[in-house]
Design a protein around this ligand. Structure first.
Ligand code: ATP
Length: 449
């Protein structure tokens, strides 16, 4: 059962150390957030799960970690300098600024005035000076999507790791957009992370692969606890497609503030590789590409059957890490009534995503024997796990269970006097709250660590 409101999630995130407002002690910075001790673990597990499904479990996809600062020419030829904008309107009465396509009834959301300017395009890319002189000429963009460096590295990746079509390049990393009105917690922010795959295919096979990736992505979301029944597939209308897209499916999720895009799966055709290639007239390019006189590379593959070079098409599943975090958190959130009339908040996260895999809790805080044994158990589990196990030494078992319910720890392991005398521990299950006694040496068998 998802959360009732965004406020519930915001409050949990602050209380339990998932997400904080950035620079909060100075009043914050709009549309920018920091991930705390629990947030960084959940975020990492989401990214690891994506990476594993895209790179480790396949042989046709390679990884990349490219730079954030981007040569302006990359974003000139990608079309972003000309077209990566949102329609901006000003309220002439209160000076508020808004996205025209987000207004209800063409009224200012702050003062209700209808005295608004005509919409004008506002480019969303952040610029920064490069080098010691800020003369307005030596600048770079903070990348607005991770995709472009995949395209510009196409030949580097292919030359160093030869592959034939179809194959992909995957990347996870920060992207920046100077959103006119960042809002709805981490849903629309100015600094965020993306998980993007560019999957290169033969022209003509693109529609088949587009459908394939739609299915793959739905199945991945299901594994993260976001079932198909929670997602709507929007076939984006032609007049709303990005400049590079022939067809896009948006996966729409019911966030606490409304139904909005979680992931976009676009058929980017041969637009990007075509636009970044030199000597474009040597190729049959179907998209209307940007005329390029500055690139020194042909981003093409050799078709051995037809003995010619050709520019592949590309299918791009692009998901935001922060929106994934919000959707996963929302799906996992539960308020449950207990038999004693109290309620508990519990995050029923999939085990592979939980920030803490297991908490080891000594019954008493100041009993050295108990605490030392708990430390040993924690250390041994941590040695065989690449996710976090913690020692929870508060001396209050009930309070520890409540905390670990709220951060979604699947298992709590209690160390008591039987642990010393009989070599047993008590395992407490997050979802059922059932407890069972097992031998210390068998803990591994009962956990997903
Ligand atoms: P929207 O229409 O909501 O502005 P978009 O269509 O511009 O999104 P894309 O360019 O398709 O988004 O980016 C791919 C993914 O990156 C989105 O599906 C989303 O998960 C994420 N994303 C894009 N913009 C933001 C943002 N400002 N804050 C957080 N995540 C974002």
């Amino acid at each position: 059962m998802p959360a009732n409101s965004m406020d519930e999630l915001v409050s949990l995130c602050k209380r339990r150390g998932f997400i904080f407002q950035s620079g909060e002690i100075y009043g914050g910075l709009q549309g920018i957030y920091d991930y705390g001790p629990m947030g960084v673990e959940l975020k990492k597990n989401i990214k690891d799960s994506w990476w594993s499904s895209m790179v480790y479990r396949r042989d046709d996809i390679e990884g990349l970690d490219a730079s954030i600062l981007t040569n302006p020419k990359v974003l000139k030829y990608s079309g972003h300098e000309d077209t990566f904008s949102d329609p901006l309107v000003d309220c002439k009465d209160c000076n508020g600024r808004f996205r025209a396509d987000h207004l209800d009834d063409s009224k200012c959301p702050l003062c209700g005035s209808i005295n608004l300017t005509d919409p004008r395009p506002f480019n969303l890319m952040f610029k920064t000076a490069v080098g010691p002189v800020d003369d307005g000429k030596n600048f770079a963009y903070l990348r607005p999507e991770t995709a472009q460096q995949i395209f510009t590295n196409f030949k580097n990746v292919l030359d160093s790791n030869p592959k034939s079509l179809p194959f992909g390049i995957a990347q996870i990393g920060k992207a920046f957009r100077n959103e006119i009105t960042p809002r709805n917690f981490i849903f629309r922010v100015r600094e965020f992370e993306q998980m993007e795959l560019e999957f290169f295919v033969k022209n003509g096979d693109d529609e088949k692969w587009h459908e394939y990736w739609l299915e793959e992505r739905l199945s991945w979301w299901e594994d993260q606890g976001v079932p198909r029944s929670s997602l709507e597939i929007l076939d984006v209308p032609q007049d709303e497609l990005s400049h590079y897209s022939k067809k896009t499916y948006d996966l729409m999720y019911k966030f606490p503030h409304g139904v909005e895009e979680l992931e976009g799966i676009a058929n980017r055709t041969d637009f990007d590789l075509g636009s970044h290639s030199k000597n474009q007239n040597e190729f049959e390019i179907t998209a209307k590409v940007t005329n390029n006189k500055e690139s020194n590379s042909k981003l093409a593959v050799h078709n051995l059957d037809e003995k010619k070079w050709e520019i592949p098409y590309v299918i791009e599943p692009s998901a935001g890490v922060d929106r994934a975090f919000l959707a996963i958190l929302n799906e996992a959130y539960n308020e449950e009534s207990l038999p004693d009339g109290k309620t508990r908040t519990v995050l029923k996260l999939s085990k592979h995503l939980a920030p803490i895999s297991a908490a080891v809790i000594p019954l008493k805080k100041n009993d050295n024997k108990l605490v030392n044994l708990a430390k040993d158990v924690k250390d041994q589990l941590q040695q065989v796990s690449n996710r976090r196990i913690i020692l929870e030494n508060t001396g209050n078992i009930g309070k520890s269970y409540r905390k670990h319910d709220e951060i979604g720890t699947p298992t709590c392991i209690t160390i008591d006097y039987d642990s010393i005398e009989k070599n047993t521990v008590t395992l407490r299950d997050r979802d059922t709250m059932d407890q069972k006694t097992i031998d210390i040496d068998d803990i591994n068998k009962h956990l997903l660590i």
